[in-house]
Design a protein around this ligand. Structure first.
Ligand SMILES: Nc1ncnc2c1ncn2[C@@H]1O[C@H](COP(=O)(O)OP(=O)(O)O)[C@@H](O)[C@H]1O
Ligand SMILES: [Mg+2]
Length: 456
C-alpha cells in the first residue's frame, strides 16, 4: 500500500450563505456569548453543539449520531458548519445533502460509504529522510529543448536551504521544480523535500520575515534546527477515502486499446469493497503498531429526510462498525412518511430504531432582535450598505416567512438600489423585492387559492 503520495480529496464546500460563521462563539465554560464568531442567539443549541465538539475532541463520540431539528431558517446548517470550524482542520468534516445519494450511475449505499470514509481520518507518523530549511536561492537552469523546436526546457534546479546550523545547495530534478511551483514556494519560505519521493512541502514563511507587511493569513515558522539533511518525523493527515482513491487501480489492462481509452476518457478508477477491506486491514495493522492513529471526524448529512429506508438501514449498520465517524443529521421535517416505505409515519421521517440512538438538538425560531443582528452581519459580509430601519423591516419579513428568505432579499435589493441611483438600500427597494418574489409559504397559499388555474 502506498502512503506517501496520497492527495487530499476534501470536497469543496458550498457554504456561500454561511461565510460569516467562524465558530460556535462559546466562552471557556461552554456558555454561548450572545453575539460571537458570526453567530447570534440560539444559545441552547450552540451550547449543546459545544458539548458535542468536546466529546468529539475527547474521542468519545465515534459511531454516535446527532440530529439538528428545527423549522427552516433556524440555523441548522450554520450550526453544523460552526461545529466544523471549532473542531479545526485536523478533524475531517464531510458535508453532504441527503439528495446526493440519488444518481443513475452510482448506488445509494456507495455514495454513503464514500462520504463515510471521507469523514474518517488517519494520522500517520513516519520517520523520513528529508532536506529541510529556509529557501535562500531557487534558480531553474534552462537548456535548449533536446527535441528541437523553439522552447527551452528546465534541465535542473539549484536550490539553497538554510538552517540554524548550516546551509546546503542542492541540484534537483525538474519534476521537483514543478512541485515547488505547485506549493508556491518563494525565497524565504521554510520547506522540506522528501529524499525518497521528491515530494515538497511548504511549512510556512520563515519568521525572520515576520515584520514584513504581509497578508494576515500567512503562517510564520522558525528557522529549522539541525542539519539541512536529516531524519524527521513527518505527520500526515489523510482520510480513508484518500487512501481508497490513491490505491484504486485504473481500470483495464496495459494493452494499446485500453491506453487509447485512457487518453480519450478521463482516467477511471474503481474503488471496490475488496479494496476497502484490504485498506482497512492495513490501517488496523498500522494502528496496532502505533504508526497511525484513528481520527474519527464528522459526516454531516443535511436534509436527512431526503434519504430513504434503504439508506437508513445501511447507515444504522455502518454506525456499528469499528471505523465509524460521528454523524450529524439535520432536518426541518416534523412527522412524515419515511421515504421508500408505503406509509410508515415517523418523527423527522427517520426510522424509530435509528432515532433511538441519536441525540437531538433543537433549533428554535429567532426573535426579531436576533434576526436584525443576523441580517446586519450578512449585509456586512456581503458588503451591502443598508439603512438601519431596513434591518427592522427585513427582520419583520423574516418573522412572517423565514430568516433565509429575508437574507436572500439583500442582494436583489442592493441591485435595485443601484439602479435607482442610491448607495444604500432603502425601504422601497425591500418592499419592491418582497412584492416581486414569493417566499415558500405565500407561494403555497397562492397555489391553493388558484388551484383550478394550474395544470395537474
Ligand atoms: N444564529 C445565527 N447566527 C448568524 N447567522 C445565522 C444564524 N442562524 C442562521 N444564520 C444564517 O441565516 C441563514 C439561514 O440559516 P440556515 O442555517 O440555512 O437555516 P436552516 O439550515 O435551519 O434552514 C444562513 O445564511 C445562516 O448562515
Ligand atoms: Mg439547512
Amino acid at each position: 500500500m502506498k502512503i506517501e503520495e496520497v492527495k487530499s480529496t476534501t470536497k469543496t464546500q458550498r457554504i456561500a450563505a454561511h461565510t460569516h460563521v467562524k465558530g460556535l462563539g462559546l466562552n471557556e465554560n461552554g456558555t454561548a456569548i450572545p453575539i460571537a464568531a458570526g453567530l447570534v442567539g440560539q444559545e441552547a443549541g450552540r451550547e449543546a453543539a459545544g458539548v458535542i465538539v468536546e466529546l468529539i475532541k475527547a474521542k468519545k463520540m465515534a459511531g454516535r449520531a446527532v440530529l439538528l431539528a428545527g423549522p427552516p431558517g433556524t440555523g441548522k446548517t450554520a450550526l453544523a458548519l460552526a461545529i466544523a470550524q471549532d473542531l479545526g482542520n485536523k478533524v475531517p468534516f464531510c458535508p453532504m445533502v441527503g439528495s446526493e445519494v440519488y444518481s443513475s450511475e452510482i448506488k445509494k449505499t456507495e455514495v454513503l460509504m464514500e462520504n463515510f470514509r471521507r469523514a474518517i481520518g488517519l494520522r500517520i507518523k513516519e520517520i523520513k529522510e528529508v532536506y529541510e530549511g529556509e529557501v535562500t536561492e531557487m534558480t531553474p537552469v534552462e537548456t535548449e529543448n533536446p527535441f528541437g523546436g523553439y522552447g527551452k526546457t528546465v534541465s535542473h534546479v539549484i536550490i539553497g536551504l538554510k538552517t540554524i546550523k548550516g546551509t546546503k545547495q542542492l541540484k534537483l530534478d525538474p519534476s521537483i521544480y514543478e512541485s515547488l511551483q505547485k506549493e508556491k514556494v518563494q525565497i524565504g519560505d521554510v520547506i522540506y523535500i522528501e529524499a525518497n519521493t521528491g515530494a515538497v512541502k511548504r511549512q510556512g514563511r520563515s519568521d525572520t520575515f515576520a515584520t514584513e507587511y504581509d497578508l494576515e493569513a500567512e503562517q510564520y515558522v522558525p528557522l529549522p534546527k539541525g542539519e539541512v539533511h536529516k531524519k524527521k518525523e513527518i505527520v500526515q493527515d489523510v482520510t480513508l477515502h484518500d487512501l481508497d482513491v490513491a490505491n484504486a487501480r485504473p481500470q483495464g489492462g496495459q494493452d494499446i486499446m485500453s491506453m487509447m481509452g485512457q487518453l480519450i476518457k478521463p482516467k477511471k478508477t474503481e474503488i471496490t469493497d475488496k479494496l476497502r477491506k484490504e485498506i482497512n486491514k492495513v490501517v488496523n495493522k498500522y494502528i496496532d503498531q502505533g504508526i497511525a492513529e484513528l481520527v474519527p471526524g464528522v459526516l454531516f448529512i443535511d436534509e436527512v429526510h431526503m434519504l430513504d429506508i434503504e439508506c437508513f438501514t445501511y447507515l444504522h449498520r455502518a454506525l456499528e462498525s469499528s471505523l465509524a465517524p460521528i454523524v450529524i443529521f439535520a432536518t426541518n421535517r416534523g412527522r412524515c412518511t419515511i421515504k421508500g416505505t408505503e406509509d410508515i409515519q415517523s418523527p423527522h421521517g427517520m426510522p424509530l430504531d435509528l432515532l433511538d440512538r441519536i441525540m437531538i438538538i433543537r433549533t428554535l425560531p429567532y426573535r426579531i432582535e436576533d434576526m436584525i443582528q443576523i441580517i446586519k452581519i450578512r449585509a456586512h459580509t456581503e458588503g451591502i450598505p443598508i439603512e438601519d430601519d431596513c434591518l427592522q423591516l427585513l427582520a419583520e419579513i423574516g418573522d412572517k416567512t423565514t430568516l433565509r428568505y429575508a437574507v436572500q432579499l439583500l442582494t436583489p435589493s442592493s441591485i435595485l438600489a443601484r439602479i435607482n441611483g442610491k448607495d444604500k438600500i432603502n425601504k422601497e427597494e425591500i418592499e419592491e423585492c418582497n412584492d416581486l418574489f414569493f417566499d415558500a409559504k405565500s407561494s403555497a397559499k397562492l397555489l391553493q387559492e388558484e388551484e383550478d388555474k394550474y395544470l395537474k
